[in-house]
Design a protein around this ligand. Structure first.
Ligand code: NAD
Ligand code: DAU
Length: 372
């Protein structure tokens, strides 16, 4: 698109030390030379300031270590930095953890999102008294959501579209669905200018090691088992994180208030195919590995309870209305991703050395080992 779209100057990014949020911080500093960023992140087990090293212009990035549930802090940031745009990534994001303990998902994903919405409404509509005719042009609350709110597809079902009814299956998906409804309700009831993107599985640099792709890469490098849940014939719609950042930016600039947009990668392989492709790439890039061929490390383990079988996104709307399309094939994206992990052993070590991560791996492996 040639028109840059809605003006945007002071951007609050929540969860900007996590996987997608930190990629977005790097991306936005490069993409938008005028924008000032405030990054609010609680630095839970999933967030790390290691993800924010090497920013292209650190002078335009202000980091706040804090919780989106802290209303006083959120209001102070909105006021002190005259925030005109909120990009809300902060969440508990891991489905397996939501199955073991849903409480934190309710607190962060639902209550936390509501705290932000309420603070934005108070600041923009009451304190700044922006008149309704100017709201859509001057401010925006953008909420990052997931395809998991739509539930699971049968093999012959068409992909999820923006009008697919919500049918979340895991506590994580249900908490994201609830937050989406709150965001939509703030538009409908109070006229708060919002947009929502529902996105499929992301992968790329800085992804926490518990997720499928980085877990498989880092386990393979150590000769550890590559645990495939069930038969491995589940399907996810893989999107390279850089393409996701571009989609979010496109919606921030040109998306219509009150609208939701589906974002996906047009890559829908079986899980087992993704893992075998990763093994092939590792064999190629790391031929002297003591563990090659890495495919021999693949091990079937007990399935995730309530495991959704298939996700696929229809991305016609964002393509036709805003001109966005993913640019990475899965082969290209996986090659870039494996290369990034191979080139960043210190980053991997900074995650592996965390006590929480070690406990999670121990608990997960022991539990699954016993059940298999
Ligand atoms: P992540 O788990 O890597 O990062 C989450 C970040 O949020 C962390 O930095 C964490 O410290 C921070 N955070 C958590 N609770 C907080 C709180 N109360 N206050 C402030 N910060 C807090 O997650 P991700 O994979 O980068 O996902 C980001 C967003 O994108 C989430 O909303 C997730 O639901 C959504 N999403 C993720 C994917 C994916 O494939 N990863 C796909 C679709 C949508
Ligand atoms: O679809 C979007 C969602 O993708 C996001 O909303 C979530 O935040 C994100 O975590 C991701 O959820 P998934 O459950 O799909 O991601 P995960 O990486 O945990 O698993 C991907 C697939 O791989 C899933 O079918 C489960 C399977 N899997 C996962 C792990 C960790 C395995 O077979 N073995 C594993 O060890």
């Amino acid at each position: 698109m040639t028109d840059i779209g809605r003006p945007m100057q002071n951007v609050l990014i929540t969860g900007g030390a996590g996987f997608i949020g930190s990629n977005f911080v790097h991306f936005l500093l490069n993409r938008d030379p005028e924008v000032e960023i405030v990054n609010l992140d609680a630095l839970t087990y999933a967030g790390s300031t290691e993800n924010l090293k090497g920013l292209s212009d650190p002078s335009r990035h202000n980091f706040f270590h804090g919780d989106i549930n802290d209303r006083t802090l959120v209001e102070q940031i909105l006021r002190d930095h005259r925030i005109d745009t909120i990009v809300h990534f902060a969440a508990e994001s891991h489905v397996d953890r939501s199955i073991l303990g849903p409480e934190q998902f309710i607190q962060t994903n639902i209550v936390g999102t509501h705290t932000l919405l309420n603070a934005a409404r108070h600041f923009w509509l009451q304190e700044q008294s922006i008149v309704p005719e100017q709201l859509a042009q001057r401010v925006r609350f953008h909420h990052i959501s997931t395809d998991e709110v739509f539930g699971s597809l049968e093999p012959d079902d068409p992909p999820f579209s923006e009008s697919t009814p919500y049918a979340p299956n895991s506590p994580y998906a249900a908490s994201k669905a609830a937050s989406d409804h709150l965001v939509r309700a703030y538009w409908h009831t109070y006229g708060l200018p919002i947009t929502i993107t529902n996105c499929s599985n992301n992968y790329g640099p800085y992804q926490f090691l518990e997720k499928l792709i980085p877990l498989m890469i880092t386990n393979a490098l150590q000769g550890l088992p590559l645990p495939i849940y069930g038969d491995g014939l589940q399907v996810r719609d893989w999107l390279y994180v850089g393409d996701h950042c571009e989609a979010i930016w496109t919606v921030l600039r040109n998306g219509k208030p009150g609208e939701t947009y589906n974002v996906g990668g047009d890559n829908q392989p079986f899980n087992i195919t993704v893992v075998e492709t990763l093994c092939d790439i590792l064999d190629e890039l790391h031929p002297n590995s003591a563990y090659a061929p890495h495919k021999e490390l693949v091990q079937s383990v007990k399935d995730r309870p309530g495991h959704d079988r298939r996700y696929a996104m229809d991305i016609t709307k964002i393509h036709k209305e805003l001109g966005w399309t993913p640019t990475h094939s899965l082969a290209e994206g996986l090659m870039k991703t494996v290369t990034w992990y191979l080139n960043n052993p210190e980053w991997i070590e900074s995650i592996r050395s965390q006590e929480d991560y070690q406990n999670w791996m121990k608990k997960n492996y022991i539990k699954r080992g016993e059940e298999t």
